[in-house]
Design a protein around this ligand. Structure first.
Ligand code: BEZ
Length: 238
């Protein structure tokens, strides 16, 4: 079976699926995914190749933001189809030599999976032959504390990810879980949130309590206030 057919033979994981399980060797030792991360969120992301510029800028940014994600109960796991020694050499080069946009001496402390056989990349639909059959695309899987895939974002090789958006998406999903709300376009913590349409528990409870002040644009589109402090004090302490 050639690479392309083998890739097509595996179904791509979807939102709502349990994250496919795997064991892997990483720069931080062996991991069992997603079991090792249960009880917290984890972002599994792939990059095309070590020692490439877009990936380097992304890794430095993710490493710089690792503490911010950790405070939101979210760990990071990277993957490429390179080998462990390549990963180690690349991360050492980043730490010792690269200064970029005010970031320097950057130590990547989260695990980076070696996936020379592409077994994990294929399991997660990260090999997309129309883009490259030898490199993973830039995939981002958000996995929740129960091991369920909650969001997936794919980017092509040439496009570096927006890390503000990854953090925003994480906080928005956590807020949706904690407050039974949805978040409108371009939502940022502190902005009004959407009271789910009738039939969902959130709106029924709010309307029955009569405690929450809602603004309705029409019968199907109502918002309410959710202060950023309430969002962060709830999700950051979990
Ligand atoms: C990069 O990370 O710079 C890159 C990797 C593979 C293809 C194109 C760009």
């Amino acid at each position: 079976m050639d690479n392309e057919r083998e890739t097509q033979a595996q179904p791509m994981p979807r939102i709502g699926d349990k994250a496919p399980e795997f064991k892997a060797v990483t720069t931080q030792g062996e991991i069992n995914f997603p079991g090792d991360y249960s009880g917290g969120w984890v972002i599994l992301f792939s990059h095309p190749a070590d020692f490439t510029p877009v990936c380097t800028s992304e890794f430095m940014t993710f490493a710089a933001l690792e503490g911010k994600f950790a405070a939101a109960n979210c760990k990071l796991v990277g993957l490429s189809v390179d080998g462990l020694y390549s990963h180690i050499a690349w991360l050492r080069t980043i730490k010792e030599k690269i200064e970029y946009r005010g970031m320097k001496d950057v130590e990547v402390k989260f695990p980076l999976i070696e996936d020379i056989t592409m077994a994990v990349a294929r399991k997660y639909g990260m090999i997309q032959p129309g883009e490259s059959s030898t490199k993973a695309v830039r995939a981002v899987f958000f996995v929740d504390p129960k091991g369920t895939i909650r969001a997936i974002i794919y980017y092509p090789l040439s496009l570096g990810r927006n890390f503000d958006e990854l953090y925003r998406a994480l906080i928005a999903m956590q807020a949706a879980d904690a407050f039974a709300i949805a978040t409108p376009a371009d939502w940022q913590p502190g902005d009004d949130v959407i009271v789910p349409p009738a039939g969902s528990c959130g709106v029924a409870k709010d309307r029955m309590d009569g405690k929450e002040e809602m603004k309705c644009y029409d019968w199907f589109f109502c918002t309410k206030k959710l202060p950023a402090e309430k969002v962060f004090s709830t999700i950051l302490k979990k």
